[in-house]
Design a protein around this ligand. Structure first.
Ligand code: NAD
Length: 473
């Protein structure tokens, strides 16, 4: 049993003032594996005060010093790779292949941000003005459970690059992963208060961070509903707010696509991270002229997706993170059937031989874009095929959503794919690939969020331009 009762404030592990206990589970079995003592409002205020005290000195540090810090943090997290890998599998249920990415990505985030910082122009001349990009102040970083270490480290890296100090509120469901990351970050030996980590409930610790007058900036990743609550809470003090929220990403297969390449991409796009991915391509738009072929190939591919023990290297889909998440996905599968979608693979219930929070990789066809399963984010391994007549209709369906985070276009003609991609309203559109580039902006149109992370746009979001004009400038 893992017992976690400390939070990290002002460079020290301290016992939380909060007394509420929260059970940690192994989602592959449903068993309780530990307990975390949650921080409360008073802990959040203490963390904010520590970050505020640390800000004046830290904001005056130079590039070289911050680059050195980022590399120290990367080394420190890399040194805990094995522990983190174990926790990511046990506590989150990530399949081993995905888990490896999830423990390497946070290390890379520090290194990539160090590289970005080296080239970032903090001082610019604009007309007669000397413009400097100034750190905003204390940043509140609020993160979800589906890539815990990656979000903590990615957001912290950017805050540090900008010269902001941070209060981090990770998901309560990831407390063990957070504990390991916190120990690693502590080992890097940064100044006290520069970053503080308080695991607590969103409606208590998160709410204080989102509304506190001494927090200048919020960077949030999570659901659209929570993003809206944070935006409202942040309005009174006019915080700068970056929101990375949900998605209902379309994967558009054009009629000239080589299906032997397109279908594996489409299925991976849907089931990555066990379907618990904001960028999951959950609406597969198929040309009616090739519908039967696409249905048959996708059904075979989905039936071949292995769901089960996350430690088995053949597993693609691990368990859902919690019973609540499992029940939510089961409900969507039932609603899909009730609303008339045709089940091609999977369905309600658990895969054979599993006892934890596993979902059967599920494929629907004959899905219309006004059905619930085509409109709402399911956050599980459920893929829907939506037939379309022609390219115009495909683009219209792709854009007929309140979200706009990511899209995929698959075609034998890259120029044609690019023309379609240019008309899809999404923060990122991937053509014939599942690639990621940390220098490219990441974030959503419409209700998928506000602002961007990664690259220079991500760094801009922690800074405010200040212009000096007149004599001596
Ligand atoms: P969530 O919104 O329930 O929680 C995210 C974080 O916000 C948690 O730390 C939670 O404790 C906190 N929180 C909850 N209520 C709060 C409040 N009132 N004030 C402040 N903080 C509060 O999301 P989740 O279930 O942890 O994560 C899944 C969601 O995250 C999905 O919708 C997914 O699409 C989204 N997501 C988006 C991205 C992206 O980059 N766009 C990436 C990953 C996940």
């Amino acid at each position: 049993m893992h017992s976690i009762d400390t939070i990290y404030i002002d460079g020290r592990f301290v016992t939380a003032h909060g007394t509420e206990l929260f059970d940690l589970h192994n989602p592959a079995t449903g068993a309780v594996t530990g307990r975390v003592r949650l921080a409360d409002e008073e802990d959040a205020r203490a963390a904010i005060a520590a970050a505020k005290r640390a800000f004046p000195a830290f904001s005056r540090t130079g590039k070289a010093e911050r680059i050195d810090m980022l590399h120290r943090l990367a080394d420190a997290v890399a040194a805990r790779r094995d522990d983190l890998l174990d926790a990511v599998i046990d506590e989150y249920g990530a399949p081993a292949s995905r888990a490896a990415f999830m423990v390497d990505h946070p290390v890379n985030a520090f290194r990539e941000t160090a590289e970005l910082l080296a080239d970032y122009p903090f001082l610019r001349r604009m007309g007669t003005a000397a413009v400097s990009m100034e750190p905003l102040g204390v940043a509140g970083l609020i993160t979800p459970w589906n890539s815990n270490a990656g979000f903590i480290c990615g957001k912290l890296a950017t805050a540090i690059a900008a010269g902001c100090t941070a209060v981090i509120k990770p998901s309560e469901m990831s407390a063990r992963q957070t504990q390991i990351v916190t120990e690693a970050l502590h080992a890097a030996g940064l100044a006290p208060g520069l970053f503080n980590i308080v695991t607590g409930r969103g409606d208590r610790v998160g709410a204080v961070i989102s509304s506190h007058a001494d927090v200048a900036k919020i960077s949030f990743t999570g659901s659209t509903a929570t993003g809206k609550a944070i935006l409202r809470a942040a309005a009174d003090t006019l915080k700068r707010v970056t929101l990375e929220l949900g998605g209902k990403s379309p994967t558009v297969i054009l009629d000239d696509a080589d299906l032997s390449q397109a279908i594996p991409i489409a299925v991976n796009a849907a089931f990555m991270n066990s379907g618990q991915a904001c960028i999951a391509g959950t609406r597969l738009l198929a040309p009616r002229s090739r519908l039967a072929e696409i249905e048959a190939l996708t059904k075979a591919a989905v039936e071949a997706v292995r769901a089960g023990d996350p430690r088995d290297p053949a597993t693609i889909v691990g368990p859902m993170v919690s019973r609540t998440q499992w029940e939510r996905v089961q409900r969507y599968i039932r609603v899909g059937i009730e609303e008339g979608a045709v089940l091609l693979a999977g369905g309600a219930g658990r895969p054979d031989g599993t006892e934890g929070w596993f979902v059967r990789p599920t494929l629907f066809t004959a899905v219309r874009n006004d059905m619930t399963i085509a409109r709402e984010e399911i956050f599980g391994p459920v893929l829907s095929i939506l037939p379309y007549e022609d390219e115009e209709e495909a683009i219209a369906i792709a854009n007929d959503t309140v979200y706009g985070l990511q899209a995929y276009v698959l075609s034998g003609d890259t120029a044609r794919a690019r023309r379609v991609a240019e008309r899809i309203v999404a923060g990122r559109v991937l053509i014939n690939s599942l690639t990621h580039d940390p220098k490219a902006p990441f974030g959503g149109f419409k209700q998928s969020g506000i602002g961007r992370e990664y690259g220079s746009f991500g760094l801009d979001a922690f800074l405010e331009p200040k212009a000096l004009l007149g004599e001596g400038v």
